[in-house]
Ligand binder design. Sequence first.
Ligand code: SAM
Ligand code: SF4
Length: 479
Amino acid sequence: MSRAFDVGLESLAAVGGAALSALAANPPAAHIRESSLETPPPSDSGKAFFIETFGCQMNDHDSEKVSGVLLGRGYRAVESPAQADLVLYNTCSIREKAAQKVFARLGDWKTTSSGKIIGVLGCLAQQEGEEIFERAPWVSLVCGSASYRRLPELIAELESGGRRVTGLDLDTDETFETEITRRDNPFRAYLTIIEGCDYACAYCVVPHTRGPERSRSSDSVLAEVRRLADAGYTEIQLLGQTVNSYRDPSPRKWNFVDLLRAVADIPGIRRVRFTTSHPNDFTREIVEAIDSTPALCDHIHLPVQTGSTRVLSAMRRTYTREQYLEKVEWIRAARRPISLTTDIIIGFPGETESDFEETLSLLTAIQSDGVFAFKYSPRPNTPARDWPDAIPEGEKGRRLAILQEHQRRIQIANNELLVAKEFEVLVDAHHAARDQWAGRTTSNRIVNFTSPRSSLLGEYVQARITRGGPNSLVGEQLL
Ligand code: SAM
Ligand code: SF4
């Protein structure tokens, strides 16, 4: 798998991790309140679970919800699989390497699983189904995300001695909502508003692994955001594979912008993010809402995948290069500067050198603040899997390296322009060795900064930028 080149979303996990360990020594008030309200008291039951998550933020958040289901059933969370009675892998299969990693993990249990329940959740579970039992007979639970509503029932079956249980139905119009969600990030609360996907991009397993698109009712979203605000969260991130395709299933029939405005209006909520937006459903109204609502963060992740209309059409992306560029113009015309990040797939079947150059020229044109670039990976159950004109791995690697260098220069140049500017930062980590604090601006830029203060986690502070690097900014706190 190629490494994403970013200043944006993917490094969140690392920041979150640092924040969590720093937090153990110095928990901010928000976390204490969240723990007491959202997480049930520790169970004295003998049953313990461990869950490892692969892949995207939606998977991270699904794991938080699955943990909530288990805590509600009297399980307790443990730090290592060796201590657990129930070991779950919440998997990703978006690229081949992610799937291989999960099978390697399962292999670790070949001779040591006795007395434990091993389960596979998520995209790989849906994709491979009962074949997982063939490849790893020590696995007892295989459940795709569209069947998570059935998890309590499946777990009950295992607890009463069931040997192998599966939840593999895609045929659902329900979303996975839980009474209790164990939230791992104390600063930013994730909240799924739409699950599945109705697009049919030729390279993508998601419609097969996550099922058809279904939105959560606006009432239930708002009620959860109010609970999160009461628990002390100030930043919310709305999630969906195509988050801006949101359509309220309740009689009030809100669209995505109606929901955005209402979430931003909830007292106590200072920042609302959303990801991932599909260019086809990206409207001017979204930009207008950001412009007129300070709580809506000034960052849009809008994956383009390629700069070539010919390749976009082969990918079945439903828009052209020109249409994408028009949407970027709306963003650039906003009164507030809005940060833009995107995804690129390199080496889709048939991508020529000139298609690739169109991708480079598009990156120059849009001046994006971050790019997640991936080498194309053929996936099962996708139309493009067996297409001819495959690009050799070496050539994909060459193009990826060129693109990363191209984008690095864009980011260095743009970040240098931010020197001497001031940003509000929500502090989420402390790097003791460098004696620096770290956090994010509303535009999702990472700022590492110095401060004379000794306790800042969870606070909003003003920082002045002193240096711009390719992936982050350096600054000092304004007192
Ligand atoms: N729904 C989002 C959209 O349409 O932009 C994307 C969600 S997808 C889970 C995240 C990213 O993974 C995609 O934007 C794409 O760049 C990448 N991706 C998906 N399938 C891929 C494949 N077969 N090979 C390489 N990258 C892939
Ligand atoms: Fe996959 Fe395309 Fe759906 Fe995004 S819009 S999840 S890339 S099928």
